[in-house]
Design a protein around this ligand. Structure first.
Ligand code: ZN
Length: 881
């Protein structure tokens, strides 16, 4: 279907389903090309629907083999079956059962939606609308059913057979070489949470007893031979289960919890009830094949999918417009878990980096949409940083606004009241309004209004009156379909910093005394503070208490003072980022005077050198974050229009190498002090030491290439873990030389049989900021490990290239042409991966005119292709609108 013809689905058009399905009995006989599915559905008219309606079930590329009602085959004149729908115009006027037989070819399913095969393992992906590729169904989240699933397969091919819920029967089918397993899930669930797995899999397992005394068998299933890499995921699972009991009072509710890792997966992982299916990248870990970053993301994603059991599964979404109800909340929960397991400030900094680079950029471009979209053509295109990351920020603000206790009470009320339902944002917010006694109707605007608000702040000190006045104003730029914006409710955590730390806060009204929170809920606000003994430096948006841009006219000297003395770690980090950002924004415009940048470089270099000498070993993870400048793409977004990526990149390089030079003398001593003895451990403290060392290594490579190359080779040879080896490779990629090519080759040899490690190798090369990279990437597409059929490979190599600011945005437009050609080719087999890749164009409108022209051409070429998927057509259309 062409996108122009695809219907726009609107939130305001939501109507309850006319029919309900109370139970689903599936009988699935697995076969690589001919899988038979028999579905027995217990249907009943929905009292909340239109009486006497026809029954229309969803399908997608389905082939109907047989159909009966209450056990009697249905006459061909009584129904119509197409690949997209099964219609029964005159269903019985009473409850009835419908038996549907379909036949599937899982081996031919390259979209990786519905039932497919990944390296000989049968698996499913049903969110958002993949279940309709298995059988005809009311494939919408507000239709919830109790599932019983019988799976049958050849025992040699699929000795392991898993589905949702608890195992109730299993056995051999004598003489056939086949066997079966029956799974029953007592919790009613929408079809998008259905899953099955069949294959020859190894596993690790552990018993777990919930706080309320329920015994659960936990297991992590992986491809044969990889059980040695499943331990960290299992360990993370146990820790997050305990945490959810302690922090949210949530216990697990089945006898079994299974996690399965597959190597072909469109997304990160999926929270199917009792049977989470994962991209293997987010399960497999050992020191040789996973980095510190991988260990951290495995822990976070295992937790995320587990936490969905309550926020997503027990309480699901009424419709897909409510996606943030489960995703924003669950991201918030996994962020909190990681903060408690690791360093809270460092986690916050990392999350804000991600928010700014992915979500702020989305909000600033043509694909901007509210946390709760009002309309969509293709729901798969709305699993976005806005729904996930901004959705989590909205929950975080809610907690700040109503306080920790009311937040917990609101959550308890939500779990109690909405358990077993398909809920809405309104139902969710009502719980917090009730628990806190606050009116949250203005706050709800965060769900409706797209765009990143800007807070403009300015302060004045009257020394004679000892009064400090803080003026705040907010505005949000127009976004597609939303030209006019209203003020949003902005919780601004703050302090007034004096020579010896925070000054006491006393306002004329006493309204803000002591609590350090300003709520800016109108267009502007002026606050007077009394008895202020000295001119303070305002520290605003502490902990990044609202997802906004802050414009505060502080000089570098004041920012450097905040860096050294703010009590809020986030704002210490932010202060240096602000100094660097301002300098790079100025110097990153074509033809800009570079002298001010040199002055900033000197100031930053001195501040960082002093900081590392004093504090580098106290909290290396924090120090690593401090050392990492805003990325060139962040500067591009701040500049916002007429962007010339080369100019930004050049300024960024020169600032980084100047800083590197300032630190050079201190580097060897610090690196030595940070070196860990003993075998690799993935804990946050050891990871922090590696992070700081490797940050220093990257700077050395930039400012002293010959010495840097020595260090990279040395570290590569000596390292006992992938983190350090990969960091050596990444630093070396910044040094154009024969030595770089040698190290690249050594890396490939060392990990020849490790596709997940080679992904990092592909990406490191795709990110090289040199014109030859495009040809290199084209060549790498011929490398034996690369395949357009595997989403991880595509994301690493092609996605990596599309994230290469200077090379994707080559001045000759070839970067766009290359990526758009791949989007077109990939769309024929995997539209979801293709459309995500096309999303790389989301910032094209901020570029200078010549690059814009090339980008528009590439997008238009995609848009003009016949037979585009709805996924890709929708992105192309919105990006061009
Ligand atoms: Zn999720």
């Amino acid at each position: 279907m062409r996108n122009d013809d695809a219907p726009l689905i609107r939130l305001e058009d939501y109507r309850p389903s006319n029919w309900l399905i109370d139970t689903v009995d599936l009988d699935i006989s697995l076969h690589p090309q001919k899988t038979r599915v028999r579905a027995l559905l217990a249907l009943r008219a929905n009292p909340a629907g239109e009486p006497g309606s026809p029954l229309v079930l969803d399908g997608d590329e389905l082939a109907l083999k047989a159909l009966s009602i209450d056990g009697r085959p249905l006459d061909a004149s009584a129904y119509e079956a197409t690949p997209q729908a099964l219609t029964i115009p005159n269903p019985p006027p009473h409850d009835f059962t419908l038996t549907i037989e379909t036949e599937l070819d899982p081996s031919a399913n390259t979209k990786l939606m519905g039932l497919y095969r990944s390296s000989r393992v049968y698996c499913t992906q049903c969110e958002a609308d993949g279940f309709r590729r298995i059988t005809y169904f009311l494939d919408r989240p507000d239709v919830m059913s109790v599932y019983t699933v019988r799976l049958e397969a050849e025992k040699a091919e699929a000795p392991v057979l898993l589905s949702n819920g608890n195992l109730v029967a299993a056995g051999e089918i004598p003489g056939s070489g086949r066997h079966f397993a029956v799974w029953h899930d007592p919790h009613p669930k929408p079809a998008y949470l259905f899953a099955l797995v069949g294959g020859a899999l190894d596993h690790v397992r552990q018993d777990y007893v919930t706080a309320d005394g329920h015994k659960v068998e936990l297991a992590v299933y992986v491809e044969p031979g990889k059980a040695g890499r499943a331990g960290w995921a299992l360990d993370s699972l146990v820790r997050c289960m305990r945490w959810d009991e302690q922090v949210f009072g949530r216990n697990y509710d089945l006898d079994v919890f299974n996690v399965v890792a597959v190597s072909d997966f469109n997304m990160g992982a999926m929270e199917n009830k009792g049977l989470n299916i994962f991209n293997d990248k987010y399960v497999l870990a050992d020191p040789q094949t996973a980095t510190d970053g991988d260990y951290a993301s495995i822990e976070a994603i295992i937790a995320h999918e587990y936490f969905h059991n309550w926020t997503g599964n027990r309480i699901t979404c009424r419709d897909w417009f409510q996606l943030c109800l489960k995703e924003g909340l669950t991201v918030f929960r996994d962020q909190e878990f990681s903060s408690d397991e690791r360093s809270r400030p460092v986690k916050r900094i990392a999350d804000v980096r991600t928010l700014r680079s992915t979500q702020f950029s989305e909000d600033a471009g043509p694909l901007a949409h509210p946390v709760r979209p009002r309309a969509y053509k293709e729901i798969n295109n709305f699993y976005t940083p806005t729904v996930y990351e901004k959705g989590a920020e909205v929950i975080r603000m809610l907690k700040v606004l109503i306080g920790d206790d009311a937040f917990r009470q609101g959550m308890d009320l939500y779990f109690e009241r909405c358990d077993g339902t398909a809920a809405t944002i309104e139902a969710f917010l009502a719980c917090f309004a009730e628990a806190s006694g606050q009116d949250l109707s203005d706050f709800a605007r965060w769900y409706e209004q797209a765009g990143t608000p800007t807070i403009v702040a300015s302060g004045r000190y009257d020394a004679a009156a000892k009064r400090y006045t803080l003026d705040l104003a907010q505005s949000t730029p127009p976004t597609p379909g939303q030209p006019e914006k209203q003020p949003v409710v902005l919780p601004i955590r703050f302090g007034l910093v004096g020579a010896k730390g925070d000054l006491p806060l006393k306002t004329a009204s006493n309204a803000y005394a002591g609590d350090g929170l300003i709520v800016l809920d109108g267009a502007c606000l002026s606050l007077g503070f009394e008895d202020v003994p000295e001119a303070p430096i305002p520290s605003l948006l502490r902990g990044f208490s609202a997802p906004a841009r802050l414009e505060l006219d502080l000089g570098d000297a004041d920012l450097l003072r905040l860096f050294s003395s703010d009590s809020d770690s986030f704002n210490r980090w932010q202060a240096l980022q602000s100094v660097a950002t301002r300098a790079l924004v100025t110097a990153g415009k074509p033809g800009a005077d570079q002298k001010p940048l040199a002055a900033t470089a000197t100031a930053l270099g001195e501040a960082l050198d002093a900081f590392l000498k004093a504090d580098g070993l106290t909290d290396p993870a924090f120090a690593a974050q401090v050392l990492r400048l805003p990325a060139p793409a962040d500067i591009a977004r701040e500049i916002g229009k007429d962007v010339d990526p080369e100019a930004i990149f050049a300024a960024h390089r020169s600032l980084s190498s100047a800083i590197g030079k300032a630190l050079l003398g201190n580097m060897p001593g610090l690196s030595a002090a940070l070196a860990t003895s003993g075998p690799y451990r993935p804990d946050a403290a050891s990871a922090g030491r590696r992070a700081l060392r490797n940050e220093l290594l990257g700077l050395a490579a930039l400012c002293a290439p010959a010495k840097g190359a020595d260090l990279c080779e040395e570290q590569f040879g000596a390292a006992d873990n992938l983190t350090d080896r990969l960091a050596a490779l990444a630093a070396m990629t910044l040094i154009p030389s024969e030595r770089r090519e040698v190290l690249i080759a050594r890396f490939a040899e060392a990990y020849a049989n490790e596709p997940l490690v080679l992904d990092k190798w592909l990406m490191a090369q795709a990110l090289i900021p040199e014109p030859a990279t495009l040809d290199r990437v084209k060549k790498l597409m011929q490398h034996p490990v690369f395949s357009l059929g595997n989403p991880n490979r595509v994301r690493a190599l092609i996605g990596g290239f599309a994230a290469n600011l200077t090379q994707f945005n080559r001045p000759d437009g070839e970067g766009y042409g290359f990526v758009s050609d791949i989007v077109i080719a990939l769309d024929r087999t995997n539209p979801q991966v293709a459309s995500r890749l096309l999303g790389s164009f989301k910032s094209w409108r901020m570029l200078e005119p010549r690059r814009q022209r090339f980008a528009r051409e590439a997008l238009s070429t995609v848009a003009r292709m016949p037979n585009l998927s709805r996924d890709v057509a929708d992105i192309a259309e919105r990006a061009l609108a």
